[in-house]
Structures are given as C-alpha cells and as structure tokens.
Design a binder for this molecule. Structure first.
Ligand code: FAD
Ligand code: UDP
Length: 373
C-alpha cells in the first residue's frame, strides 16, 4: 500500500511528490505524457538547441520562500525577460511604457510628463470588470486597439470585453522606462533547464515515477491511501456538469542556421498573422549555438488544455466542480488545471507547498517514517 498516488508530474505534482517523499511518505507519481515537468518541460531539439516544448517559460516570483525552495534543485541564470510588440510597422517595447508611446507617436515625453500624458488618454468612465475596461480606463482606446484588442481575440477566441479584468491586468502600462516584462524581485532561469531541475526534485527512493500512464490505470493495479490530482478538474469527474473551457495552443517550431533570429526574446504580433507571438529560446537560456530555434504560438480551442479561461460563466461552472472536489474524500486537487486558476509557475509552487502543509499539519509530532519502512 502506497501513501499517495499523484496524477501529473508538472510543478504541482512534483513539488508534492518531493515534499511528501522527504517527509517519509511513499509516493507513486504518474503522468500520461512520456516526460516529467508538465508544461515546463524543456529538451534539446534535433539541432541541439534547448527549447520549451509547451512555449516560453520564464521564472519570476516575489516570494523568497518559493525561490529558496526551488533553489535546492537548481542553480540559476539571472535573466530579465523583455518583449517587444510589432505595431504600425514598428517594433516597440511591451508592456506599454514611455518609450512605447514616444516611438509609436513620435513624442519626446519625459518621466515627469508621462503621468499627465497617460491621464489625458485614459477614460475613467470605462472602468469595470472586463479586460477591455481595465485597459481603456488606464490608457485609452487607441492603445487598447493597437496592443490588446486583436491579440486577446486571437489568444482567447473572445473579445476583451468578455474576459475578466485580471487577464489584461497581467501586463499593466507603466509611467516609466522599465521595459522588463516582469517586475518581481526574483527573475531567473534554471541554469540547466526545467527538466533537469525536476529530475533533481524527483531523485528520491520514496518516489516511484510512472510515465505514459493515466492515473486511472494505476488505481486499478495498486492501492493508495490518498490521491493528489493535478489534471483538468472536469475530466476527473467525467465532465458531469459539462466541459470547462481551456484554451490550447498549437506550437510550431523552426530552427534557423544563424546565431540570432529576432531583436528580442519574444515579439508579439497583436494585429498581424494568425499566431500571437514568436519566441527565440536562446535569449531565455543563454545557450551559445551557431543555430537558433524559435516557436510560433497559434491559439486554438481544441487540443491539450493549457489556459483556464477567466470569465464569470466559467467561474460559475468551476464552482460546481469545486464543490464536487471538496466532497470527494481522500482526493486533493491542486495546480493550474485542477483548480482552474490562471496561475504562473511560482503560484503553483506556493499552492502546492500550502497543500503539503495542510496534509502534514497533524503529523508534526510523529517522527518521519524511515525510507525502508
Ligand atoms: P501542468 O504543468 O499542466 O501539469 C499537469 C500534468 O498532469 C500534465 O503533465 C498532464 O500530462 C498530467 N495529467 C493530466 N491528466 C492526467 C491523468 N489523467 N493521468 C496522469 N497525468 C495526467 N508560468 C510562468 O511562471 N512563467 C511563464 O513564462 C509561463 N509561460 C507559460 C507559457 C505557456 C504557453 C503556458 C501554457 C503556460 C505558461 N506558464 C508560465 C504557466 C505554467 O506552465 C504553469 O503555471 C505550470 O506549468 C502549472 O503546473 P501544473 O503542475 O499545475 O500543471
Ligand atoms: N495581451 C495583449 N497583447 C499583448 C500581450 C498580452 O492583449 O501584446 C493580453 C492578452 O489577453 C494575454 C494577456 O494580456 O492573454 C496576458 O498576457 P501574458 O503575456 O501574461 O500571457 P501568457 O504569457 O500567460 O500567455
């Protein structure tokens, strides 16, 4: 009898496997994919360039506890992510900052003038709960239409007026010259990649890893005290209340026989093409290589579930699944798909560490079981 079956070897499942194993529990960690690391999986492509199979993953957090926890399994490469957007024939900094509007409109605004300038564009009467209102109320309709409207329609298959404000609020405009994508205190990439970091995390005698396996197959073959589930919550309940929408992406990779492909790690294309953005991995990884690999992202409704879709009707449907999940004894739901939250990696690590604390809070007085038990 094992203590835990953990379904999914992404951040949620792997952090819990590591913590529980370290606490003396015996854990089977499975994934239906042929690899660990979930959507953070990276690998060397045919040309030998390190690429992220499920799109660009940049680690950033403001939480020291999370950064320190992951630092047990990897060294880091300091990296501050920068993105540019292709708008009106120019490639300008994104999120919108002073230089974005200066370059776009041929202005020479200073940091002192910027707040007044953005205030003159803003439409406070537009304030509300949607992504459209979040942007228009801060920077006005013209910048909204140039940068947000069409990108969002491509990414989500929905107009920004149909999505929660929190989606566009991930990339707020700035009144300064800061052109980094994130402003968190800790911004870095695992020095040898995410997959290597996960390998180090899962290197423990108490963890049995089973790849290419749906957790349901293992439930038929082995016995477990409890289950931790990190896949899509609606799938766990056989879509009892209908499908929860998850957005997917078709990733198309290319390798080019030159050192650099584009002028920034990521270039967004709000208004051109069917893809949203192109990422060039060598910026992220710092790898030296005579070739370079890039990925185009084509958003789709069908395919692997990657993004929960934040809007009121989906929150309502998720709430019904959450009630079911709460009533399902000995099964714990955690991670981006299982709790239907548009979480970054660090947030999933934080959520998983919190679940570990809850799972073990009553055991503190007990000594950990020995590995041979
Ligand atoms: P996942 O990584 O999705 O892992 C869940 C695992 O469960 C999967 O491997 C799946 O195969 C497995 N599974 C599902 N069902 C079953 C089953 N029935 N049986 C067995 N296994 C099952 N975050 C950042 O912090 N920075 C970024 O730059 C960033 N960029 C991103 C870019 C893209 C394109 C995407 C899609 C996400 C990005 N994220 C980023 C978010 C990040 O990927 C997630 O926060 C994180 O990977 C979630 O981890 P998880 O364990 O919850 O889920
Ligand atoms: N967004 C946009 N234009 C851009 C970049 C982002 O409209 O050039 C909006 C879009 O709705 C996107 C959201 O902001 O889905 C969040 O962007 P982020 O880069 O955080 O998305 P992710 O990296 O999670 O795909």
């Amino acid at each position: 009898m094992y203590d835990y079956l953990i379904a999914g070897a992404g951040f949620a499942g792997s952090v819990l496997a590591e913590r529980l194993a370290h606490a003396g529990k015996h854990v089977v960690l499975c994934d239906k994919r042929p690899h660990i690391a979930g959507n953070a999986y990276d690998h060397f492509d045919d040309a030998g360039v390190l690429v992220h199979k499920y799109g660009p993953h940049i680690f950033h957090t403001s939480c020291r506890r999370i950064f320190d926890y992951l630092s047990k399994f990897t060294k880091w490469r300091p990296y501050e992510h920068r993105v540019r957007a292709s708008v009106d024939g120019k490639t300008v900094p994104f999120p919108i900052n002073i230089d974005t509007v200066n370059q776009l409109y041929g202005l020479q605004l200073t940091a002192e003038q910027a707040p007044g300038y953005f205030a003159s564009l803003a439409d406070p009467s537009a304030a509300g709960r949607t992504s459209e209102s979040a942007v228009v109320s801060k920077v006005g309709r013209d910048l909204y239409e140039k940068f947000f409207k069409n990108y969002t329609r491509k990414q989500w298959g929905l107009d920004p007026s149909e999505l929660d404000a929190s989606v566009a609020a991930r990339v707020p405009a700035r009144m300064n010259h800061d052109d980094r994508y994130f402003t968190d205190e800790f911004q870095a990439m695992p020095l040898h990649g995410y997959t290597r970091m996960f390998e180090n995390m899962l290197d423990h005698d108490n963890i049995t890893l089973v790849l290419n396996a749906d957790y349901r197959e293992l439930l038929r073959e082995m016995r477990f005290r409890e289950i931790i589930y990190t896949g899509p919550v609606d799938a766990f309940f056989d879509y009892r209340y209908g499908k929860l929408p998850y957005r997917s992406i078709d990733f198309r990779f290319e390798t080019h026989p030159r050192e650099r492909y584009q002028s920034a790690a990521v270039i967004n294309y709000p208004n051109e093409h069917d893809y949203t953005r192109i990422t060039e991995f060598k910026y992220l990884t710092g790898q030296m290589h005579p070739h370079t690999s890039i990925v185009y992202e084509y958003p789709t409704a069908e395919g692997d579930p990657y993004y929960p879709v934040p809007r009121p009707e989906n929150a309502e449907l998720y709430e019904k699944y959450r009630e079911l999940a709460k009533a399902t004894h000995n099964v714990h739901f955690v991670g981006r798909l299982a709790t239907y939250r548009y979480y970054n990696m660090d947030q999933v690590v934080g959520q998983s560490l919190a679940l570990f604390d809850r799972l073990t809070e009553n055991e503190e007085s007990e000594p950990p079981q020995s590995q041979a038990a």
